[in-house]
Structures are given as C-alpha cells and as structure tokens.
Design a protein around this ligand. Structure first.
Ligand code: GLV
Ligand code: MN
Ligand code: MN
Length: 422
C-alpha cells in the first residue's frame, strides 16, 4: 500500500488505530482469548502486521535482533538521532486489546499526521513495538527493551518457559541469532529520547474525570518465587499437632502480605499458588507461590519485602516449615526525563487541559529498561470499566483515544521545538 493512501483526518487516525488493535486480538495462541508471548509464532505474525502498518505511513521497517519491530522516518540527514515512539506488542494471558498495542498504533498515527502536515522535524522519528514487556513466557520481563538499551544479560538465554523451552531455543526457532543480540543495542548518541502512550491500567483518571495524565515515574517492582516446605502426610491419619502443612503456612503468609502492603503504601500480588503433591487427601508438603511487589520508591518496596520475610520466617518456625525466597525479576523505579515529561505536559495542554494531571505508574513499562540508554516520558490515557486491565474487559473510548493522539502529536512537536532551541 502506498504511504499516501492514509487519510490524515483525525477521526480516521483514531479509527485506524482502534481497528489495528482489534485486528491484533485475533493473533493469539488461545482459542477465544488473547495471549501473544515473546518469540512465539503469534509474535512473528504481529510483527509482520505492525511492519505493514508502519510501511503504510512511510516508515522503513526492520525486526531487530531481539524481536522488536522497528520503523524509521529519516531525519534531516541520514543517521540523524531519533525520537523513538512506541510500546509493546506482547500480552499477558487472557489479555485485553489495548495494553501495549494501542501505544504502538498511536505512534504509527503520529508519524502519519506529521508526514501529512509537511512539518520537518530536526530528528528522525522511529516507531517500536517492543517484544516482551510482560514477561509472560519467560518470567523475566522487558527482554526486548533491555536488549534495545544494551542491558542484555547472557544468563537470560537459559530462562525457560513452562514447557522447558529456553530463550535461546525460542530465539533460534523464531529465526533470531542469539550471538547477534548486541545488534539490538542502541547508542545514546543515536537517540533523542523515548515517548510512550499507554492506557493507565487503573482507575485514577476515571476518578479524576480526566482523559489524560503525564507520568512522573514508574514503580519499582520485584518478583519472587516463594516456597514453603513442610511434610506431606495422610489427610485423615495425621493429627494436627503433628502436621507440617505447607499450604496453611503459605496462606497465613499470603494474608499478611496484603496487610503489610496496605499499611506501607506498596502494592503486593500473589498471582500464582500451587500445592504439592496436590492430592485431595494429602496434607500439602510443599507450597509454591509468586509475589509481585511494587512501590513508587524502591526503599519502600524493599522495606516491605523485609517485613514479609520476617513474618514468613516466624510463621514457618512456629509451624515447623522451611522458607525459601528466590528473586527472579527486579526493576528499580525510574523517573521520567524532565524535559520529555514537560513536552508530554505541553502535549496535554494543547488538547485544552491547562493543568495536566501527573501520576506515577503502578504498572511496569518498557521505559524502565529504555531509561538505561535514553530519557523517556509517558502519556497515560483513561481506560474504562473501572480501569480494568490485564483482562479481556479492557476498554477505551474513541474520544479519549482522539485526545491521546492529539496530545502525543503535540508532545512530539514540543520535543522538536526544544531540540531546535538547544
Ligand atoms: C506489566 O504490565 C506489569 O506491570 O506487570
Ligand atoms: Mn501489561
Ligand atoms: Mn503494557
């Protein structure tokens, strides 16, 4: 399709972005639900679709060595530093249609608008669909954006999925060369910054009755695999005084995790619990559960974890159980770049809101990784249905998407003004 086929009318851009999100919902490994994980066949199809949409607006496209889908509109001269716009194309299991995908589609529409406006920018524009914001398949999130930021850790090649397939094997099957991963790394001098638009994934914008907000920082997160070990035994024959029931111990700990999180202003989620051996008539000998712990400030998050561990050790000692915590993911809180953040606020002002709302992101985003190589800022837009996300009921209104697209474009122009004035 020719790049000139697109209509530049604002409504058409919004409709197209939403239609693209709807089309991506069909690229799923699950029947009747959305799941698209890193280095899967669905990832490949989504990248191909995104590449075609990028080409329609005049971007030159490539898939990088980490499976990120990229597109570029050249700047004043070949090799000009680029302002990168985007988000991610992977999803959680039983996902909604907008977490990640909407940000990539709006980035494509911003490029379309800017090209049609005939405005020359002082830098190149790139669009990126990151490959693994969620970490659904291998547990360790942000693999695509960490490779982009030059922060790849070779230990990650040996992470495996539920079927025992390692990142290395999956990359090869996908058609990537693990030895070439360094090629995905970008140099700070080649980048102006990174801007991302994302649904809020919470109810704060709904409560404030506003469509948009500028993000100040992204919460620091740690994830743990926790194990409580006791002794399995007969459900009838083992008296309480002799039981070392791992699941009851874990349950006490899980309830206390919520209490500690509420008291300390952190956010803690136990999303996965398994008891072993898992027989209805067997006292559980082992309980394994996950913990996702977040806070605006890393010190609060870490203090909350210390409290959780103290409590867990106490419960385990009282019940004759063993406690083990393995940290498998850590991303420290990152603060948005002040200049880019001001540009996003200017973008929101351009939509008629004189006093943009500011909020910190409770959800993780690729910017956390990208911050290692260039400054980043984020625009949040309201999502309906009580702000539900990581759920098929995720929803946005066309009016809010239109406001976000206007603000996103205006933010890019504000970055350009600032860049020219340097
Ligand atoms: C990603 O969506 C996360 O915050 O877990
Ligand atoms: Mn998500
Ligand atoms: Mn996301």
């Amino acid at each position: 399709m020719s790049p000139h086929q697109h209509s530049p009318t604002p409504a058409a851009g919004v409709e197209r972005a939403l239609a693209h999100c709807a089309e991506l919902t069909r690229i799923s490994s699950l029947e009747g639900a959305i799941e698209r994980v890193h280095l899967s066949p669905e990832h490949k199809i989504a990248n191909a679709l995104a590449a075609a949409w990028m080409q329609e607006v005049g971007l030159e496209t490539w898939q990088d060595e980490a499976g990120n889908q990229c597109g570029r509109l050249e700047g004043p001269e070949p090799g000009s530093p680029a302002l990168v716009l985007g988000s991610h194309l992977d999803t959680v299991t039983d996902a909604g249609a907008f977490d990640g995908m909407l940000g990539v589609m709006l980035a494509i529409e911003v490029v379309d608008r800017i090209r049609h406006s005939g405005r020359a920018l002082p830098f190149a524009l790139e669009v990126i669909g990151f490959s693994d914001e969620e970490g659904t398949r291998f547990g360790n999130a942000l693999l695509g954006s960490r490779a982009f930021a030059g922060e790849w850790d070779d230990a990650w090649w040996d992470l495996d999925d539920r079927k025992g397939v390692t990142v290395r094997q999956a990359a090869r099957t996908f058609g990537l060369d693990p030895a070439a991963i360094g090629g995905a790394a970008r140099r700070p001098d080649d980048l102006v910054g990174y801007l991302e638009t994302h649904i809020e994934q919470g109810p704060h914008l709904i409560d404030a009755d506003r469509p948009l907000a500028v993000v100040s920082s992204i919460a620091g997160a740690r994830r743990f695999a926790l194990t409580v070990t006791g002794r399995a035994g007969h459900a009838g024959g083992t008296p309480y005084a002799r039981r070392r029931d791992a699941l009851v111990g874990a349950s006490e700990i899980i309830v206390e995790i919520e209490r500690i999180a509420k008291r300390t202003g952190t956010v803690a989620t136990v999303g996965r619990v398994r008891a072993f051996p898992g027989g209805v008539n067997v006292v559980p000998g082992v309980a394994r559960f996950s913990l996702d712990l977040r806070a605006e400030f890393d010190a609060d998050r870490d203090a909350a974890f210390d409290e959780i561990e103290d409590f867990a050790r106490r419960v385990c000692a009282e019940r004759g159980l063993a406690w083990e915590a393995e940290e498998f993911y850590r991303a420290d809180a990152v603060v948005c770049d002040p200049v880019l953040r001001d540009a996003v606020a200017d973008g929101i002002r351009a939509t008629g809101d004189p006093d943009p709302m500011v909020m910190w992101s409770r959800a993780g985003h690729d910017g956390m990784a990208v911050a290692a190589v260039t400054g980043f800022a984020m625009l949040f837009l309201r999502c309906g249905n009580d702000g539900i996300s990581h759920h098929p009921d995720e929803i946005v209104s066309s009016a809010d998407v239109a406001a976000a697209l206007d603000a996103f474009e205006a933010a890019v122009l504000a970055v350009a003004d600032g860049y020219r004035a340097r």
